[in-house]
Design a protein around this ligand. Structure first.
Ligand SMILES: [Fe+2]
Ligand SMILES: [Fe+2]
Length: 167
């Protein structure tokens, strides 16, 4: 019984630590998305990313609220993964001089970030359920669903953008 409680405490600490990393991740995405949007040629792609930038700003607020109710500590913890993805995106976009190819690269970079976010929120949601934090789990599921929809929208846009690029 003691061991079980200790493990729950460990999972709680891990949960809060990963929430703090998720906060850093979302804050970094709000800074990199405007750069991606400014580099887009396809209007539909730019508008999908603008829409997701608005959602991402809401994700920052939602994760801050979760941290506030769990820990009263809303300080972010560095998410090295998103830092790496953002700097790779910067380099790939600079290297892509043809506008159509650049749009393909932007979609690739954005979808890589979405897949990372889907993994993060899927895990956090399951941990919240294990910890009996049902309200947290609902919020995390709503963010995860935004990320899944953003990824699906990018897949749909890539159908036309890829065809334009190779035409
Ligand atoms: Fe997000
Ligand atoms: Fe996202």
């Amino acid at each position: 019984m003691k061991l079980f409680s200790a493990n729950i405490e460990d999972l709680r600490s891990l949960y809060v630590m990963e929430l703090r990393k998720a906060l850093d991740m979302e804050q970094k995405i709000t800074k990199s998305l405007p750069k991606l949007i400014a580099s887009c040629t396809d209007r539909e792609l730019a508008s999908a990313l603008e829409n997701h930038l608005n959602e991402t700003e809401q994700h920052v607020v939602k994760v801050e609220r979760l941290l506030d109710t769990n820990e009263q500590d809303v300080s972010p913890e560095t998410c090295k993964a998103i830092g790496g993805l953002a700097s790779e995106a910067d380099n790939s976009i600079k290297d892509a001089t043809d506008p159509n190819i650049r749009d393909i690269v932007i979609i690739e970079c954005a979808q890589t970030v979405e897949h990372h976010e889907i993994a993060v929120y899927g895990t956090l949601r399951r941990w919240a359920e294990l910890l009996g934090l049902d309200e947290d789990a609902d919020v995390l599921e709503s963010i995860e669903s935004d990320e899944i929809k953003a990824d699906e929208t990018l897949t749909a846009i890539s159908d036309t953008v890829n065809v334009q690029a190779v035409a």
